[in-house]
Design a protein around this ligand. Sequence first.
Ligand code: UTP
Length: 464
Amino acid sequence: MALSHELMEQLKAAGQNELAQYLQIAQESTAKKLAEQLKQIDFEELAALTSESETSESTRDYTKLVPPQAVRLKDQDPAKMAEARQVGDKLLTEGKVAALLVAGGQGSRLGFDHPKGMFPIGPVSSKTLFQIHFEKIVARGRRYGKPIPLYLMTSPATHEETIEFLEKHDRFGMAKEDLHIFCQGTMPAIDLQTKQLLLAEKDSLALSPDGHGGMLAALVKSGCLEDMTKRGIEEIYYFQVDNPLADVCEPELLGLHHLAESEMSTQVVAKKLPEEKLGILAQLDGKLQLVEYSELPAEQAAETIEDGTLKHWAGNIAVHGVKKSFLDRMATLAGSLPWHKAIKKVPFVNPAGDVVEPLEPNAIKFERFIFDLLPQAKNPLAVEVDPALRFAPVKNADGAQSDTPQACKEALCEVARRWLKECGVSCATDRQVEISPLAALDAGQLKQRLAEKPALAQADLIDD
Ligand code: UTP
């Protein structure tokens, strides 16, 4: 079947000859469906990407990395923190804060057959990741008397099921007008050797979500950035679906970020071991940037300072305060986020129509990352938090060494036990305890609730 001449020329100019030939002999319905997908592709960009070498991060001089300026836990000034909290409280009371949750990933390491947000993680309640996050946002809005809008990013792989799930549960108490679900874009995978586009099915390209950094383009395309303008949003709390310890829209972070006039702030935790799988924040050539753990040479990763701690300590936990005006500025700059290449196993259909399940990585996927905005932000800020209270991502299936559901459930219990201890309620260290975000968002609020109604300690506040 003859495809549009223009599309054929574009394919050939981008060096995609295999697909061009395939389309010439394909059935009309097949070619039509593929043509629809091909129309979404920026062929100039694809040609540029396929002509580059496999890794694009290799030009940094890692010996020149300097640890970032950061608000460290050990140096925290109580007066400064109280001031930050007040500023954060004010932003929330005035309705100037939005939450931005990215949940478009494929969650392949976890091996869960649904959007990751639907994974049950409450150690006692079995609440899903979505429910915990939603309840935190609803509770925070109630506390300040102003609902907090949530902009939730999905991908074609998670979009429909996420909407269906959230509607079935009445958005866990969030008003319809406060929830904006928008879908990120996709990028095609290419063969590692030949750089030709891969087919997932006879009539469909192998496409995957374009990374959490795809959120910038998707916010614009969906009209969500415009919606934030209409609502008078000034600050955005960005977080990821797999970390139920994220203290969504916490006023201290928002306040520190705002007081520093930072365009983008990042929560970090102190890495103890060089092999911990966390990217680090560091200064290079006067710019704050993120260096992925897989990219940092072992020698630099293991470097220590006089007190024996790691020089490159600032592990990124992907919680950011972001100025809305910064996203507006970045959205107008083409290429403000570079493409990263990941070499992965991608099943594909060969020209004979057979499905091939590769045993070794066979393809390149392209993704954009949110943290690449950091070097472009004015006054970027790193804020250290205690990982025991803020970070327990669900990445791998139980049985893996780290970041498993089991470890995350234990971390959720530990947070609850610590809060109870602060409230003077004794709790055995092995007791499974969970505190609903709707009951309390922190130890201070829990104390207040318990003082109002002590019987709650055994009732609806705490599930065990
Ligand atoms: P990860 O990098 O852990 O990827 O995403 P993942 O897709 O969830 O899991 P794996 O690597 O396939 O096992 C970190 C966060 O970024 C979101 C994820 O949903 C998660 O909240 N993300 C990732 C997106 O929203 N879109 C993407 O394209 C990639």
